[in-house]
Design a protein around this ligand. Structure first.
Ligand SMILES: [Zn+2]
Length: 251
């Protein structure tokens, strides 16, 4: 169910059971952009059905915030042009080479290429691993790009931030809104942290213990300072005001 947030923006809320992220729809007079591709073809079908049910247009473009599976593995299932930043796309082309049998998946967790949390969630989203298909984007940008949807613009900006160095945000100045993807979150791939699928309830407590990289946060906030917005949304949490976002980095 897509919720109307502003004049041009609708959001399908995240589902934590298989780590499906918040997905944004920005509707212009000429074109519609979806921000985040979903984590599987099944997720894409669910999004398409929700758009239909809500009498909203299907997207003309799909852009992703970063390479992590939950945001990007649905890309192949949209039959419209997909958009990614260069660093995201380079990583996706790398992940497209990965094998998805249990042994390969578990060995990547040992080498640190992947993490326990994603491994468990991928297995849950994909009982049949053969359905996993990872592809690069059709349109790749370096730095930033502006998409004019007609009466509303989307600024895709390589914002980096503490979560992942490839992270792209989507600023919609007409609506004073920013889609952050996971860019404002902790780096789950950096330092080791504990996740046990039998104790999912501990996820927030465990990730809270991961420290932010202060230098990355400082650079990130310096970029966000230059953007006017009232509200924003991260990849998996509810809407926030700009003040609430900044407060998450205070010690
Ligand atoms: Zn992520």
């Amino acid at each position: 169910m897509f919720d109307k947030i502003t004049d041009h923006i609708y959001i399908q809320p995240a589902e934590h059971y298989t780590d499906r992220p918040n997905v944004g729809l920005i509707v212009g007079e000429k074109y519609t952009l979806l921000f985040e591709a979903g984590n599987s073809a099944a997720n894409v079908q669910q999004l398409q059905a929700a758009l239909k049910e809500n009498n909203l247009p299907q997207p003309d473009f799909v852009a992703v915030s970063h390479w992590h599976w939950d945001h990007s593995f649905g890309m192949h299932a949209w039959n419209v042009p997909t958009i990614a930043g260069k660093e995201t796309n380079d990583q996706l082309l790398e992940v497209a080479q990965w094998k998805w049998d249990d042994e390969s998946m578990d060995s990547r967790v040992k080498t640190g290429e992947d993490i326990v949390f994603c491994n468990e969630m991928i297995k849950r989203e994909y009982p049949d691993h053969s359905l996993i298909k990872v592809v690069g984007a059709d349109i790749v940008f370096d730095g930033s790009m502006i998409i004019d949807l007609g009466g509303v613009q989307c600024h895709l900006i390589h914002a980096k931030g503490p979560h992942s160095s490839d992270a792209v945000i989507c600023w919609v100045p007409q609506d004073d809104f920013v889609f952050l993807g996971d860019s404002n979150g902790k780096d789950l791939y950096g330092k080791p942290w504990h996740f046990d699928i039998e104790h999912e309830e501990d996820f927030l407590d465990e990730t809270a213990k991961i420290p932010f990289d202060d230098h990355l946060v400082k650079e990130y906030l310096a970029l966000l300072d230059t953007l006017y917005f009232d509200r924003c949304i991260g990849g998996h949490a509810p809407l926030m005001t700009k003040q609430q976002l900044y407060a998450t980095f205070e010690k």
